[in-house]
Design a protein around this ligand. Structure first.
Ligand SMILES: Nc1ncnc2c1ncn2[C@@H]1O[C@H](COP(=O)(O)OP(=O)(O)OP(=O)(O)O)[C@@H](O)[C@H]1O
Ligand SMILES: [Mg+2]
Length: 264
């Protein structure tokens, strides 16, 4: 596998507050990386650096070996889908216009193709077609999130950044969206960086899990590696409960010596 995203010696402060002193990470192409860590440890900051929304004070970010400093910002962002919780939709555009925004830029001449893409992605994320003409302000929080995800995916990005994308939805919808996202991931094999506060979600979705604390990598490993060989006490505490419950599918657990406790 080739390296898709690389953080090299990243430094970042806000005023006097140092967020990252020397952050290093190498993400291979096609990896689904879930990112978890204490609040304020720098997860959103790291994500936003990848598509140039935040500039590091020092160090470099490479995408497919190319320093993003030397890339055209518009071009960079067009290749990177970004879905975050909250008001990321264009409020003055309908659902359809929101989702077709980037596809329209990419294939200006082929409106039928764009229309078909919008319908496809609305279906995939479970949005009823009749919502097409609505404005974001006329949707529930969960529906807005789905539009955000559809819009990010409709751009056919090579990298997908998701910042707690399922935060505002109920448990059942969340499960469905997780399954849908995994299906899309397996179909497209794009590289995903996905921030979550839920260790169960991190272990379930990720091919790799990044555990961060105070702007540093605590562990970057497979879910199995995290569960079986937690690198620090911080990781140990994080996975402790999940180890006992062992709710993960077998291929993620590996040889689960804790499975005696898994009787549900
Ligand atoms: N624009 C800003 N100006 C000043 N401080 C900031 C700014 N953006 C973020 N911070 C601070 O930087 C730190 C890291 O923020 P960041 O948003 O990356 O954290 P996070 O890991 O995503 O947290 P959460 O899990 O709560 O979303 C926090 O202490 C935050 O308060
Ligand atoms: Mg955040």
């Amino acid at each position: 596998m080739s390296t898709e995203i690389e953080f090299k010696h990243i430094r970042k402060s806000y005023g006097d507050k140092v967020i990252m002193e020397d952050f290093n990470l190498r993400v291979e192409k096609g990896e689904f990386v879930t990112i978890i860590g204490s609040s304020g440890c720098g997860k959103t900051t790291a994500l936003k650096m990848v598509n140039g929304l935040i500039q590091p004070d020092g160090g470099d970010i490479l995408i497919e070996g190319e320093n993003i400093r030397s890339k055209d910002q518009t071009q960079l962002r067009r290749n990177i889908g970004y879905a975050i919780q909250g008001s990321v939709l264009f409020p003055h555009m309908t659902v359809e216009q929101n989702i077709s925004y980037v596809p329209n830029l990419l294939n200006r001449r082929d409106r039928a193709k764009t229309k078909a893409a919008v319908e496809k992605w609305m279906k995939i994320v479970g949005l009823d077609e009749e919502l097409k003409e609505r404005y974001p302000g006329e949707l529930s929080g969960g529906q807005q999130q789905r539009v955000g995800i559809a819009r990010a995916l409709a751009a056919s990005p090579e990298i997908l950044l998701m910042d707690e994308p399922f935060g505002a939805v109920d448990e059942i919808t969340r499960g469905q969206l997780q399954e849908e996202l995994l299906r899309i991931y397996h179909q497209t094999r794009i590289t995903v960086l996905f921030v979550t506060h839920d260790i169960g979600e991190a272990l379930k979705l990720g091919t790799k899990v990044l555990v961060m604390d105070h702007g540093e990598v605590q562990q970057y490993d497979t879910p199995t590696g995290l569960l079986h060989h937690p690198a620090t006490p911080f990781v140990e505490r994080l996975v402790e409960k999940e180890r006992r419950t062992c709710r993960l599918p077998e291929e993620k657990l590996g040889e689960c010596e804790f499975s005696g406790a898994a009787e549900a």
